[in-house]
Every structure is written in structure tokens, then in C-alpha cells.
Write a protein that binds this ligand. Structure first.
Ligand code: C5P
Length: 232
């Protein structure tokens, strides 16, 4: 599986998103559609971007009972997306249900990726509110291992965790890594960041890049810089 750069299209309307993608003229970057855009515009935005020839990571982070996740994943995979995700906290039964749901009649299916602990959850909150008494890095690796055992394709994690995830879950288990910044760029609200080149060195399979591209004066040049550093 080739390494790629996924652009986080964190826009709230179809117009803004398509105007952004129009800047890429002939190029067809891999696009991440999150809750904000999906809830604003519905499945039609996915169909439209797909029809333009982009690969799509539909980042809706499902978490419900196994039967509901299975049926919902079936609906989402019919949108012909390339990657979907869910919360590993939903248990292995839920992840296995998701995998049953995503299979399309022609035998193909999107990659199914797990979110472990959100980066917004601190170890203190996790222990005090969720009563998970293990250290957070151990919890993250344990959730990743559960996802691998359930048959999922990979996890969303920090590039800094990518090497450890590959050690724990196997080299073929995918690491999708946000928290990417250029060496000379703004960090924004991201705390632990790596450059595209560092993410490549540590072994990320896909980097997810939002504001360094969407907020750049020249988004196409910023995207190409990511490709040059990460894919080479
Ligand atoms: O703009 P920026 O490059 O920070 O965007 C990163 C994208 O990755 C956003 O869509 C954000 O929601 C997502 N993400 C993240 N950290 C996680 C999981 C997802 O930044 N742990």
C-alpha cells in the first residue's frame, strides 16, 4: 500500500470545499471529510467529491452497538468511500460488526481504521472520568491491538506512535497520522507535531494534513511540499 497525503477538508460548506479543491486543477488529492462537512451537506458532498476522482477518508468515528455500526457501515460503504473509521472503545464485537457491514456486493470494501484514545483526552481525565487505570500510552497500544485482532486495517495515531504500533500490531497494520506541521510553520492547537519528513522516517503510512495546506497562501504548493517530503 502506497504512502499518501490526506488533506483534512475541515470546511463547513460544499461551496467552500469545492472552491478549495478547484485550486488543484488536474491533481486529485486524497481528501478527509469529517463530521462538520458531512452533517452540513450530507451524503451528496461525498458523492460529488468522489465523482471528481478523489479518494475519500470519511472520518465519522462511529461508536454504537455492533448491529447499528454494522448497518451504518454498510450504508457508508455504498458511498464508495476508500476509508472509514470508528472508536476502538466500542469493543472488538463492534469492530467485527463494522467489518461485516462494509463489505460491498462486488467484494471490495473501504479500509476500516480505529480511533484509540482521542488526543484531547489527557491521562488524568481518562483515569478519573473513565476509570481506566492504565497509563494512556499502554491504553492506546492495547486498543490498537484489539483493532488488529478484530481484523481492522489500522489506527489513527500520532506519528510518534507509528513505530510502536507497527511493532505491536505488525508492519502491514496502517498508521494514519495527523499532527503534521512544516518545520517553519505554525503549530496552532496541535501539541506534539512532526514534519512530513519525520513522519516518513518513523513509518507513518498516511499523513492527515489540514491547516498547513488549507490555510496556506498557496495550498497547492503546500500540498506538493507534503508529497515531496513524505512520499519523495
Ligand atoms: O489542521 P490540522 O492539520 O491540525 O488538522 C488535522 C486533522 O486531523 C483535523 O481534521 C483533526 O480533527 C484530525 N485529528 C487530529 N488529531 C487526532 C485525530 C484527528 O488532529 N488525534
Amino acid at each position: 500500500m502506497g504512502k499518501d497525503v490526506i488533506i483534512a477538508c475541515d470546511f463547513s460548506s460544499k461551496e467552500e470545499t469545492l472552491a478549495f479543491l478547484d485550486k488543484f486543477s488536474g491533481k486529485k488529492p486524497y481528501v478527509k471529510i469529517g463530521m462538520e462537512l458531512f452533517y452540513a451537506e450530507g451524503p451528496s458532498i461525498v458523492k460529488e467529491i468522489k465523482a471528481r476522482g478523489h479518494q475519500i477518508f470519511l472520518d465519522l468515528k462511529l461508536h454504537d452497538i455492533p448491529n447499528t455500526v454494522k448497518k451504518s457501515m454498510n450504508v457508508l460503504s455504498r458511498l464508495d468511500v476508500d476509508m472509514v473509521n470508528l472508536h476502538a472503545a466500542g469493543t472488538r464485537a463492534m469492530m467485527e460488526g463494522a467489518l461485516e457491514g462494509v463489505t460491498r456486493p462486488d467484494g471490495t470494501r473501504p479500509l476500516v481504521i480505529a480511533v484509540t484514545q482521542l488526543t484531547s483526552t489527557s491521562e488524568e481525565r481518562m483515569q478519573e472520568e473513565l476509570l481506566i487505570n492504565a497509563p494512556i500510552d499502554q491504553t492506546v497500544m492495547h486498543y490498537a491491538a484489539n483493532a488488529a485482532k478484530a481484523g481492522l486495517d489500522g489506527v489513527v495515531c500520532s506519528p510518534m506512535e507509528a513505530g510502536k504500533v507497527h511493532e505491536t500490531c505488525g508492519a502491514g497494520f496502517l498508521t494514519i497520522t495527523p499532527g503534521i506541521r512544516f518545520a517553519d510553520g505554525e503549530k496552532g492547537d496541535q501539541v506534539r507535531v512532526t514534519t512530513p519528513a519525520q513522519a516518513k522516517e518513523i513509518g507513518s503510512d498516511y499523513i492527515v494534513v489540514g491547516r498547513p495546506i488549507t490555510g496556506a497562501a498557496d495550498p497547492v504548493a503546500a500540498y506538493e511540499r507534503c508529497i515531496a517530503e513524505f512520499v519523495g
